[in-house]
Design a protein around this ligand. Structure first.
Ligand code: PEP
Ligand code: CO
Length: 447
């Protein structure tokens, strides 16, 4: 049954339910005016692209493709720059080459890009030296400096976020369509890794292997590989700010259904994944593929309620469960949840986020993650799914194409002392370029 015909759902039906993590705006009229403008502007993505991604996610669910999703924890408006966008595309492309060669499956590339501007926070208020101000919730909501004016949620930022997302997507589309992503010329997007890292030899061999396979593929199909798919790169962000998501959600006459056209692939964060809450209510009614972050001590019943609510028709590619337990917990938690989903009779795509359960704070008070824990959770995920006759269909990472020092470990042996050298993230620590490539090689080696 089509969800559009479910009379209980409407784009604003979430407003009847408790909505976590929403900013409170001082001026309701100003908010409504910004939302009306947002609703009148053209969509950022189209339903054709959204449906195409759903098909590709269905392939991943069936074991015929692998999802690589990655990007910043939070994008910032100031970092809407050419080097950052190119850097993110490059690292994801290179990782995907390694994964395709190792897994012998196509890779579905999805950026945490072009709209990852709203962040959940553990507390509504932040206190410094006795002064309490609203927490920084991402550039879509307020500003980071600790002043009352900056921390006041500003509806105009919803429009600035939409515009930044559009600029980012425009540039990404041009890069991809213009041949930047042509797999014949990986040297175009080689970064320093190839010459410096101990894993470089292995990477070079992989690139050669891909190149040979492409020649073969094209001699058979008679066309360049990157023209065989119109869109080769998809956008995703956490669907957190429900007014923003609602404003760009449209009923499409030609499909007789509702689509959230802010992004191809919204996901519901762990803090808002309440089966009875506003976020699940909103996303159950749109046709996009949706992800849900799951972790902690999620009960069997709660997970089953989530799955039933978000994918009642058992549509392939519709629901992705992104699990993030931490290396120490995955073995105890995952098998029970795989069984729980199985007993609903509903199929999902399983993706591992080995980042968010492995965050720790150093003695010096810096938020970091150790590469060995990230690798260990990923290995456990691959192993556990395989052992249960399930399928790990992808990975979700926080990474950057730059040489930041935010996570420790890796072939350069970054330690806690190195973290202060080039730590740029305002929120969670990201894998740097080499660490990201090491993760890709690691997955490829376990195929
Ligand atoms: C995130 O992906 O940045 C995030 C906040 O994750 P989670 O919802 O899994 O905590
Ligand atoms: Co994060």
């Amino acid at each position: 049954m089509s969800q559009a015909r479910d009379s209980a759902w409407a784009p604003d039906s979430w407003q009847r339910l408790p909505a976590r993590q929403q900013p409170s705006y001082a001026d309701e009229q100003e908010l409504q005016a910004a939302l009306a403008t947002l609703a009148s502007l053209p969509p950022l993505v189209t339903s054709w692209e959204v449906e195409q991604l759903k098909d590709r996610l269905a392939d991943a669910q069936a074991g015929r493709a692998f999802v690589l999703q990655g990007g910043d924890c939070a994008e910032s408006f100031a970092e809407c720059t050419s080097p950052r966008i190119v850097g993110q595309l490059k690292v994801l492309l290179q990782m995907s080459v390694v994964l395709m060669a190792g897994l012998k499956r196509p890779v579905v590339r999805i950026g945490r890009l072009a709209g990852q501007y709203a962040k959940p926070r553990s507390a509504d208020q932040e206190t410094r030296d006795g002064e309490s101000l609203p927490s920084y919730r991402g550039d879509l909501v307020n500003r980071e400096p600790f002043t009352a004016a900056d921390r006041e949620p500003d509806p105009a930022l919803l429009l600035r976020g939409y515009e930044r997302a559009a600029l980012t997507l425009n540039f990404l589309r041009a890069l991809v369509d213009g041949g930047f992503a042509d797999l014949h010329h990986p040297e175009n997007w080689d970064l320093d890794f190839v010459s410096r890292s101990p894993a470089a030899e292995q990477y070079r061999a992989v690139v050669q292997q891909v190149s040979n396979s492409l020649d073969f593929f094209e001699s058979v199909t008679g066309g360049p590989v990157h023209y065989t798919r119109r869109v080769d790169f998809y956008s995703a962000h956490e669907g957190l700010h429900l007014h923003y998501e609602q404003a760009q959600t449209r009923f499409l006459e030609h499909r007789q259904n509702w689509y959230n056209l802010t992004t191809h692939f919204p996901w519901i964060g762990m803090r808002t994944a309440d089966p009875d809450g506003a976020h699940v209510e909103f996303f159950r009614g749109v046709q996009n593929p949706v992800g849900v972050k799951i972790g902690g001590e999620l009960s069997t019943e709660r997970l089953q309620a989530l799955v039933r609510r978000l994918n009642p028709d058992n549509e392939p590619g519709r629901l992705t469960l992104i699990h993030r337990f931490g290396a120490a917990r995955i073995e105890a938690e995952l098998p029970r949840l795989v069984d729980a989903v199985r007993s609903t009779g509903i199929d999902v795509l399983w993706v591992c986020d080995p980042m968010h359960g492995n965050t720790e704070t150093t003695a010096g008070g810096i938020k970091t993650r150790r590469l060995e824990n990230i690798q260990s959770e990923l290995r456990a995920a691959l192993h556990l799914h395989r052992e249960m006759g399930s399928n790990l269909g992808g990975v979700h990472l926080e990474l950057t194409g730059e040489h930041v020092t935010e996570c420790t470990g890796g072939s350069r042996g970054l330690t806690d002392e190195d973290l202060t050298r080039d730590y740029r993230s305002l929120v969670d620590p990201r894998l740097n370029y080499e660490q990201a490539m090491e993760i890709a090689l690691d997955i490829a080696n376990q195929a």
